[in-house]
Design a protein around this ligand. Structure first.
Ligand SMILES: [Zn+2]
Length: 483
């Protein structure tokens, strides 16, 4: 990962390294330290290269800034009025993409947008190279954030350190999602979770036999088609003096073939992504103590392969969940809610004051909201509004769907208490998933986050390479920090 440093104006003036500057369409380069004459020269040199300051644009020019000759890298942020943190995150990412092969170091004048710019740099410099050689080794080693005084540099260093931790959680999540499915069995992911133990973090792994004894029959049923058995992981982060306790629950279907209700080939191509919720939980646990999160956090990862096999669970099966409700299986491809049901019920035993679950749960989420918006459902208005505020601060899009009482009948079974798909096919699939999960959360304030679309990008995004995106890691860490 690119290293972020904070440096002073004096250090900057002493060297001749390039400096990156954000530039708006209507107000030009944000280089307040330059004399008006030099700023004009910079704007003119950029204009001559066809640079207008539109979002996504970058340009490299050399000017004499009054003191010395220096290279200036400009990144457009669009109209100044609309250029908030997300525009600066994207512009910083554009700088990395444009110049990572050319410079080892550049300065970045980010001012009050330093937190977003730092994230843009780190998230855009991520590459997943576990199975292939990188196309070209990026040269970019260090980005130095320009501040005026030593005292300001010190403050900026703390901001950069926080951004580095948050981005490490995002990138760890991406790595787990991007790993090929045969290399991330439930046992292998549980081992990765064990590797996070130490300090304030404890990790408990439940294997298939124990899961059976504990009554986690839904998790066991989903995992029955595969030879490599399911696991339930419980991570605990308990800092001294914590007054609140929350739970984060992640769907970890390490590969979803659909089971006997087999998916068509095209739909299987990205199904290593079906553990993105669990990957998020692990990513966040990696940095909770470094971020000095003050609340006790319990993490749950329900890990299983969903495969056809001689003993695979079948449409028509009725399975008793850990909380005693029986579930009639009609489609083995609606397995996420099954493994989550047992995880949620187990989490409820801890009596958390708030519980979030993250799940690539329904294709219907993608139909309803697309890949740019997570669907949120809740039994607690207050909790959801706090989470939405955190997501907004991080420019992550979350949109609420209702859990209407009058739809509850959609998940009532004929031969069991509940159905694992909706009674009316093709209707409200995402909401039906939420209503099913609601049956397992008791009275705990809870938000269900269906990340089926946002967790993955085929073509990549402004600051996310193709593959796992690490969506909602930033929002959730922000929410944890606000408690
Ligand atoms: Zn499925």
């Amino acid at each position: 990962m690119t290293e972020l440093k904070a440096g002073t104006a004096a250090e900057f003036a002493a060297g001749a390294e390039p400096v990156a500057v954000f530039s708006a369409e209507d107000s030009g380069p944000a280089a307040a330290w330059l004399a008006p004459k030099a700023r004009k020269a910079l704007a003119e040199a950029a204009k001559e290269e066809g640079f207008t300051g539109k979002a996504g644009e970058t340009v490299s020019v050399r000017i004499h800034d009054g003191a010395a000759e220096r290279r200036y890298l400009l990144a457009g942020v669009g109209k100044r009025r609309d250029a908030g943190s997300e525009a600066h995150r994207k512009a910083a990412a554009a700088l990395v993409k444009a110049f990572k092969g050319r410079f080892e170091t550049f300065w970045l004048a980010a001012g009050t947008q330093a937190p977003a710019a730092a994230e843009g740099v780190l998230l855009a410099s991520y590459a997943y190279t576990e199975y292939k050689k990188a196309d070209s080794e990026p040269k970019l080693k260090t980005v130095k954030f320009l501040t005026k005084t030593a005292a300001e540099a010190k403050k900026a260093a703390a901001v950069l350190e926080r951004a580095a931790s948050v981005c490490e959680a995002v990138c760890f999540t991406r790595d787990l999602v991007n790993r090929c499915p045969s290399d991330k069995s439930p046992e292998a992911v549980a081992d990765i979770a064990k590797g996070l133990a130490g300090g304030d973090v404890k990790v408990e792994v439940v294997d298939r036999k124990q899961a059976e004894k504990m009554g986690m029959n839904l998790l066991v049923a989903v995992g029955r088609g595969a030879t490599r058995e399911p696991r339930m992981v419980h991570l605990t982060y308990a800092p001294k003096g914590a007054k609140k306790k929350v739970a984060l629950v992640g769907k970890g279907v390490v590969y979803d073939s659909g089971g006997l209700s087999l998916k068509p080939p095209a739909s299987m191509e990205t199904m290593k992504n079906d553990m993105a919720g669990a990957a998020m939980v692990l990513g966040m646990f990696k940095v909770l103590s470094r971020l000095k999160v003050k609340v006790e956090v319990h993490g749950y990862c329900a890990l299983a392969y969903n495969m056809p096999g001689p003993d695979a669970y079948k449409p028509g099966d009725v399975v008793k969940s850990m909380n005693g409700k029986t579930v009639e299986i009609l489609n083995t491809d609606a397995e996420g809610r099954l493994v989550l049901a047992d995880a949620l019920h187990w989490a409820v035993q801890e009596k958390p004051s708030a519980m979030l679950d993250f799940a690539t749960l329904t294709g219907a989420q993608l139909v309803a909201l697309g890949s740019g918006y997570t669907a949120a459902m809740t039994n607690d208005r207050g909790l959801l509004s706090k989470y939405l505020a955190a997501a907004k601060r991080q420019d992550e899009n979350v949109w609420e769907l209702p859990l209407p009482k009058e739809y509850e009948d959609m998940v009532k079974g004929k031969f069991g208490d509940l159905l694992n798909i909706g009674k009316v096919r093709g209707e409200a699939g995402t909401i039906v998933g939420g209503l099913f999960l609601k049956e397992f959360v008791g009275d705990v304030p809870w938000v269900h986050l269906d990340i089926a679309g946002p967790a993955w990008s085929d073509s990549g995004l402004a600051y996310s390479a193709p593959g796992g995106t690490g969506a909602l890691v930033r929002a959730t860490l922000d929410w944890l920090g606000s408690l």
